[in-house]
Design a protein around this ligand. Structure first.
Ligand code: FAD
Length: 328
């Protein structure tokens, strides 16, 4: 019989599950629900305590415990996971398309002979058949991939799933297992987590983003955008050229080599809409694009668009918003 188990390999940092873990659970649940499969969340750790009582959207949580699994070390995970995935008879193993997931994909493929599908942005099932949508050529193309009957390893892009659906009201049963093989000795050892300096806003968590492109033309013109963002309770983010010119810190860059964001509102000002940029923002709730060029590709991903000069628009917009709020 074909296995009917979707296994999500949880990632954690500082004893907290990461957003991509919740996004993967949401995707796994949606896939499993339509065909009556089971979702198992696997967490590798040295201490199960922080993961007890979490209302994760899974049918069960399997915690694999070993002193060598205290930090997310791909070499340790690569020893343990093949045994766990085999024991669980996983049909689909979902990992993050993250540095950890990418480090694990090769060893898992070698140990299990399973295909790896990277850049996943969605998955669906029809009967016992699974279809995975995968991004190619930096998001310019998408492919529908159907893995065979055995185990398939899927790397899911961070930011494409619905994080909030990774939780539910119930707490699933949690089972603690010892590592099935010895984790030591390891070829690499985790030494220290170096946190980025907390000097700036986290654009991935802001519901309203005013995004500046090269069309904004100068650093001085960002002041108007900052005021607009403040008025709307949001923050300013940017394309890579804006960041490269030093107008904003790297932490504000959206796109392939920056952040993936999904705000309620993304106001794209003077942005052409290169795939490297849209890759990081096209899942936003409402996208409004402003560009003087009616052929700009940003209009292909925008819900609304205006072909006007941003420098003329921003002061007018500001006035209108203040007026609507009853201000001066
Ligand atoms: C490996 C790689 C990774 C990359 N990663 C990223 C990334 O993470 N994020 C990212 O953003 N880019 C990234 N890029 C760069 C990307 O390819 C584009 O060059 C970049 O997104 C373009 O930025 P832009 O839209 O601000 O500038 P432009 O492409 O120059 O567009 C400016 C737009 O402003 C419009 N405009 C000009 N004046 C006005 C005005 N007064 N009013 C209204 N509109 C106006 C123009 O019509 C034009 O469409 C990457 C590239 C590579 C090769």
């Amino acid at each position: 019989m074909i296995p009917r188990e979707v296994v999500v390999v949880g990632e954690h940092m500082g004893r907290e599950l990461t957003d991509v873990t919740l996004e993967m659970l949401a995707c796994a649940r949606e896939l499993a629900r339509s065909v009556g499969w089971r979702v198992t969340c696997v967490i590798l750790t040295d201490d199960p305590k922080p993961f007890e009582g979490l209302p994760l959207n899974a049918d069960r949580v399997v915690v694999v415990k070993d002193p060598g699994l205290g930090t997310p070390n791909p070499a340790a995970y690569a020893r343990v996971l093949p045994h766990i995935l085999k024991d669980l008879s996983a049909r689909l193993a979902i990992l993050g398309n993250t540095s950890l997931g990418m480090d694990l994909a090769g060893p898992l493929r070698a140990a299990l002979g399973a295909p790896v599908i990277s850049g996943c942005v969605g998955a669906r099932a029809e009967g016992d058949r699974i279809f995975v949508t995968s991004r190619l050529c930096g998001g310019k193309l998408q492919a529908q991939v159907e893995p065979g009957d055995g185990l398939a390893i899927v790397l899911m892009m961070p930011g494409v799933g619905h994080r909030e659906l990774g939780m539910r009201d119930e707490v699933p049963p949690l089972e603690v297992r010892p590592a099935p093989v010895s984790v030591e000795p390891l070829p690499v050892r985790f030494k220290e987590l170096i946190e980025p300096p907390v000097e700036d806003v986290d654009v991935t968590k802001i519901p309203v983003l005013i995004a500046a492109g090269r069309g904004v033309q100068s650093k001085d013109n960002l002041v108007g955008l900052e005021d607009l963002a403040k008025e709307l309770g949001g923050a300013v983010c940017a394309t890579r050229p804006v960041v490269d010119q030093g107008w904003l810190p790297r932490s504000r860059q959206v796109g392939r080599s920056g952040m993936t964001v999904k705000p309620r509102l993304y106001l794209a000002l003077g942005i052409s809409g290169a795939p490297e940029h849209t890759e990081g923002m096209k899942e936003s709730g409402l996208i409004i694009a402003v560009n003087t060029d009616p052929e700009a590709p940003i209009f292909d991903v925008a819900h609304y668009g205006a072909t006007v000069d941003v420098l003329e628009l921003v002061p007018v917009l500001m006035e209108k918003i203040k007026g609507a709020k009853g201000g001066s």
